[in-house]
Design a binder for this molecule. Structure first.
Ligand code: TRP
Length: 435
């Protein structure tokens, strides 16, 4: 068999997994739902969800990947040959195509906004003119397809260079820079006039807003933000050696992801409230609301540039992990070379992304398909497979490699067998709006 590649060590692995987790979801969704569902109270709840549900499922993915050293399809085939559980792998590869096809369109928008920021396009513009920039981009299909192409090209080049010399190096450069930019922006945002209002929106604990719906929102966001349910973390785990401590790695990734989400809120809301703008969620916040602030801020130029560069790193490091899932399948199972897999599949995904670039309804449809159906079903099946199909010995043997504590194993087993499946079923029912 061709050599599949390996991380150079634990640090590279953690940075890459963090790169996958930290994405657009941390910047445009987390801060908003925090403000909406009770500020500091919601943050505590969210941390609880990451610890009780997110990290255990991430551990399950790491563990299956490392045990089998395979892509998602190969992994389930290796563990239970001839059984229907291989469907988890197929769903994962399918999700990779679906998610990356529209994620890359939004990634392309971010690159276009880096270009706009570079060319001073926000300075002095009225809110109407800023909105027009977004509408303009959306009506020029060729422009979106061009940036989609550039974004995919960057992802392909990184993935085609391999696990250690492509994906790992890309993340080793982009993730630390992302943190530096974030801290710089934070320092700036906390000195603006909106800082107090922004912090209050985000932090004032409003316990009365913490109902069952808030719990479900927090759970869904934890799964999405940690890139769980489609075998991304499984694939990244498959390039690990048995020396790595999985529990510690999963905790690092979970905590890093929470930190970026909270700090992003500390950057975004002071700017939003400084100009009395309405906080909103989704692409509107990033592409319509924030540039209005950048247009009027004293140091708008570097701030806008830093913000969109940060966002493009966040998007790119997540896109790489999505492309890697599909590539790993074709490399392991079809015997393709990494170069052939990354270029062919990257181009296929570029073509699949074109409908999302042409119409926002299609983009929303693909997003709904992935986040409401594919990812929760995948996460549920992964939890059930790990907790109930693998034997205790199989779980323990892999968990024990690089690990010592029996207590941690007992806690994790309980969470993955009982807490995670129930939590994911509830999220699923909630997202289908059944209650
Ligand atoms: N975690 C990413 C974010 O916060 C989004 C995401 C969800 C993702 N599932 C994924 C990224 C799978 C890569 C792979 O934006």
């Amino acid at each position: 068999m061709l050599s599949r590649g390996n991380w150079s060590g634990t640090v590279g692995f953690i940075l890459a997994s963090m790169g996958s987790a930290v994405g657009l979801g941390n910047v445009w969704r987390f801060p908003y739902i925090t403000g909406q569902y009770g500020g500091a109270a919601f943050i505590l709840l969210y941390i609880g969800c990451v610890l009780a549900v997110g990290i255990p499922i991430m551990l399950a993915e790491f563990l299956i990947g490392r045990k089998t050293q395979r892509n998602p399809v190969g992994a389930f085939r290796t563990l239970r040959p001839g059984s229907p559980w291989v469907v988890i792998g197929w769903l994962g590869v399918l999700s990779g195509f679906v998610i990356l096809s529209y994620y890359a369109v939004v990634g392309g928008w971010v690159l276009h906004y880096v270009y706009l920021a570079l060319t001073h396009s926000f300075a002095g513009k009225s809110p109407e003119q800023i909105t027009a920039l977004f509408v303009d981009m959306n009506t020029h299909s060729w422009l979106q397809i061009f940036w989609l192409g550039i974004f995919m090209l960057l992802s392909i080049v990184i993935v085609s260079r391999g696990v250690a010399s492509g994906i790992e190096i890309g993340n080793r450069i982009m993730i630390p820079l992302l943190f530096v930019l974030l801290l710089g922006l934070l320092f700036y945002a906390l000195q603006t006039d909106g800082a107090a209002t922004g912090l209050e929106f985000l932090l004032r604990p409003q316990w009365h807003k913490l109902g069952p719906i808030a719990v479900l929102e927090a759970l869904g966001q934890a799964l999405f933000s940690l890139s769980l349910g489609m075998g991304t973390m499984l694939t990244y785990g498959s390039y690990l050696s048995r020396q790595t401590n999985l529990v510690r790695s999963a905790c690092f990734v979970g905590i890093g992801d929470i930190l970026v989400a909270i700090l992003a809120g500390f950057v975004v809301f002071p700017l939003v409230f400084n100009f009395g703008l309405q906080p909103s969620t989704g692409p509107g916040l990033i592409f319509r609301t924030l540039p209005i602030a950048f247009a009027q801020l004293p140091a708008g130029y570097p701030v806008a540039l830093a913000f969109f560069v940060l966002l493009s790193f966040a998007a790119l490091t997540s896109a790489i992990s999505l492309l890697e899932v599909v590539c790993a399948y074709f490399v392991d199972e079809q015997g393709w070379s990494r170069k052939k897999a990354s270029w062919t599949l990257g181009i296929v995904i570029f073509v699949l992304g074109i409908p999302s670039a042409l119409g926002e309804q299609f983009l929303d449809f693909m997003d709904g398909l992935a986040t409401n159906y594919l990812l929760p079903i995948g996460a549920l099946l992964i939890a059930v497979f790990t907790g109930w199909v693998l034997t205790r010995e199989e779980r323990k043997e892999e968990f024990g490699a690089g690990e010592i504590s029996a207590f941690r194993f007992v806690c994790w087993s309980f969470l993955i067998r009982y807490v995670s499946p129930v939590a994911v079923i509830l999220i699923f029912l909630h997202q289908l709006q059944l209650f």
